[in-house]
Design a protein around this ligand. Structure first.
Ligand SMILES: *Cc1c(COP(=O)(O)O)cnc(C)c1O
Length: 451
C-alpha cells in the first residue's frame, strides 16, 4: 500500500475511533478486553503487511481501550488530547526527531526553548528559571530533587554528582503526610530513601499544618504540594516557603496538576507565594491536555538542574544553543516540548484559563448534585477534584463498580483519611456541561439502585 493511502487509512480509523467515543461505554467490555488474546501467539517468523497490522489493532485493540480521550472519564487525574496536540504529535512522529540536542534536532531544541519561556511567563516564575521536558510529574519530581540535592550538598562543598552520597553529610527531607507516592519514589531513586523523610501532619483536606513544621536549619529540602491528588488541596505556601528558605532550605513543589490553577484568575490565589519556591514539577498530560507522555521540571536556578543532568562526551560539542540533554535525565528522546508549545498556541492564555475554570466549575456541579441527592462530599471542592462517599465502605465500593459497569462515565475509588470514597477528577478539555449532567444522572441512578 502506498504511504499516502496507508496514513490516510490510519487518519480515518482514528477519526472513527474518536467520534465513536460518544456512543460507547467508557470502560471497555469484558469481551473486548478478553479479545486482546488475539494479539498473542508465538513470535511470528515472517512479517505481516503494515495495513493488516493497523486493521488488526483497530479491530481488536481500539474497543479494549478506556475512553479517556472522551469527555466522561473522571479517573485518576487524566486529561484528554487537544485536537491540535494530537495533530502535532502525529506530525512529530513522522519527523522522528531525536530531541536530545540542538544539533540532532534544531526544531526540538527551539520549540522547547519557546515553550519553556511561555510556561515561565504563564506561571509567573522568575526569568532565571530553567527546565526540562520529561515523561511526567514523577520524572519532573526526580529531576527537580536531583537539582535540589546537588545545590544543598554543594553548600558544604560536596559535589554529589561526582562523589555520590557515600559519606556525604545527611540531608533532611520534609514532606507533608499526604505527599504523592511518586515524590516519595523519586527520593528513593535519588538515594535519599523513601522512608528517610520528616512527615508533617496535615489537616482534613490533606494540606500541611504549618504549625507542625519542624524548625529548619542545615541541609534541608522541603517538599510542598500544590494540588492533592484526592482533594485538590494546596499546602500553605505563604506560611512555609519564606521561613524554610530563611533557614537555608531548598523548597520544591509537586504541582502535577495544581500549578495550572495559576493560569485561571479565579483560582490563582491557590498558588499565592508558590512562585517563591526553588523548583516546581508539573504534568502536561494532565491538565494541559496533551497526549502522553509529558511532564515539566522547572528550577529557579537553571544551572542547578544543568549541574545534576548534563553530560560530557567527545562527540558532543557544546554550542551556543540550549541542548535539552543538559537538563533532562534522558539523552535520546522525542521532541517532547512540541505538544506543550502546540497546546499553548492552540488555547492562548485566555483559552487555557477558560478550560481550567470550566473544569473547576464542572467539579462543583458534581459536588452540588451529589450533595443534593443525599450523598456526602468529603472534601472542600477548591479545584477539579471531588471525593464522595455513598455510605459505608462496602456500599461505596459496590456503587463505584456499578458506575464503572454502567459505562456512562468512569470514576475510581480511594480511601481518604480512613474513609472509602469515589474520586471525580474533571481534567479534560473534552468534558462538556452535558457530559457532566449525563454522568451525574448516571451516578445518582447507580447509587440509588445499589443502596
Ligand atoms: C499524577 C501526580 C504525580 C505523578 O505524575 P505522573 O505524570 O503520573 O508521573 C505526582 N504528583 C501528583 C500530585 C500527581 O497528581
Amino acid at each position: 500500500m502506498p504511504m499516502k493511502s496507508f496514513l490516510t487509512d490510519i487518519a480515518e480509523r482514528s477519526a472513527g475511533y474518536l467520534s465513536g467515543l460518544a456512543h460507547r461505554s467508557v470502560a471497555p467490555t469484558e469481551a473486548a478486553v478478553d479479545g486482546l488474546a488475539c494479539l498473542d501467539g508465538p513470535l511470528p517468523l515472517v512479517g505481516t503487511e503494515d495495513h493488516e497490522i493497523i486493521a488488526m489493532l483497530d479491530q481488536i485493540a481500539s474497543p479494549a481501550t478506556i475512553a479517556s480521550a472522551g469527555g466522561r472519564y473522571f479517573g485518576y487525574v487524566t486529561g484528554g488530547s487537544l485536537p491540535a496536540t494530537l495533530g502535532a504529535s502525529w506530525l512529530a512522529t513522522a519527523w522522528d526527531q531525536n530531541g536530545f540536542s540542538a544539533t540532532s534536532s534544531p526544531i526540538a531544541a527551539k520549540i522547547e526553548e519557546i515553550a519553556l519561556r511561555w510556561l515561565i511567563d504563564l506561571f509567573g516564575f522568575p526569568e532565571t528559571t530553567g527546565g526540562a521536558f520529561v515523561t511526567g510529574a514523577t520524572m519532573a519530581n526526580f529531576s527537580c530533587l536531583a537539582a535540589a540535592r546537588h545545590r544543598v550538598l554543594a553548600a558544604c562543598d560536596w559535589d554529589v554528582d561526582e562523589r555520590g552520597l557515600y559519606g556525604a553529610p545527611p540531608i533532611t527531607v520534609v514532606v507533608g503526610d499526604e505527599a504523592h507516592a511518586s515524590l516519595i519514589k523519586a527520593l528513593g531513586m535519588l538515594g535519599m530513601g523513601r522512608a528517610n523523610v520528616h512527615r508533617v501532619a496535615v489537616n482534613a483536606q490533606g494540606a500541611m499544618d504549618a504549625k507542625a513544621m519542624p524548625a529548619i536549619s542545615g541541609l534541608t529540602i522541603v517538599c510542598l504540594q500544590a494540588g492533592n491528588v484526592n482533594t485538590g488541596a494546596f499546602d500553605p505556601a505563604p506560611d512555609i516557603i519564606a521561613k524554610a528558605q530563611a533557614g537555608g532550605a531548598w523548597v520544591h513543589v509537586d504541582g502535577a496538576f495544581g500549578v495550572w490553577a495559576a493560569t485561571a484568575p479565579a483560582r490563582a490565589h491557590l498558588m499565592n507565594d508558590y512562585a517563591l519556591a526553588d523548583s516546581w514539577a508539573t504534568d502536561a498530560h494532565k491538565w494541559l491536555n496533551v497526549p502522553y507522555d509529558g511532564g515539566i521540571a522547572l528550577t529557579r536556578d537553571a544551572q542547578a538542574l544543568r549541574a545534576a543532568m548534563s553530560i560530557k562526551a567527545s562527540y558532543l560539542h557544546a554550542g551556543q544553543d540550549r541542548d535539552p540533554f543538559d537538563f533532562t535525565p534522558e539523552c535520546s528522546r522525542r521532541a517532547r516540548g512540541l505538544e506543550v508549545w502546540t497546546a499553548l498556541k492552540s488555547l492562548g492564555r485566555e483559552g487555557l484559563a477558560e478550560m481550567i475554570e470550566r473544569n473547576c466549575r464542572q467539579a462543583a456541579i458534581f459536588a452540588d448534585g451529589l450533595t443534593k441527592a443525599g450523598f456526602e462530599v468529603l472534601n472542600d471542592v477548591v479545584l477539579n477534584q471531588v471525593l464522595v462517599s455513598f455510605g459505608d465502605a462496602e456500599t461505596t465500593e459496590r456503587i463505584i463498580a456499578a458506575i464503572q459497569m454502567d459505562g456512562t462515565c468512569w470514576c475510581g475509588g480511594t480511601v481518604w483519611q480512613g474513609r472509602t470514597a469515589m474520586r471525580i477528577s474533571v481534567s479534560s478539555w473534552a468534558t462538556t456541561d452535558e457530559d457532566v449532567e449525563r454522568s451525574l444522572a448516571a451516578m445518582i441512578d447507580c447509587a440509588k439502585r445499589n443502596t
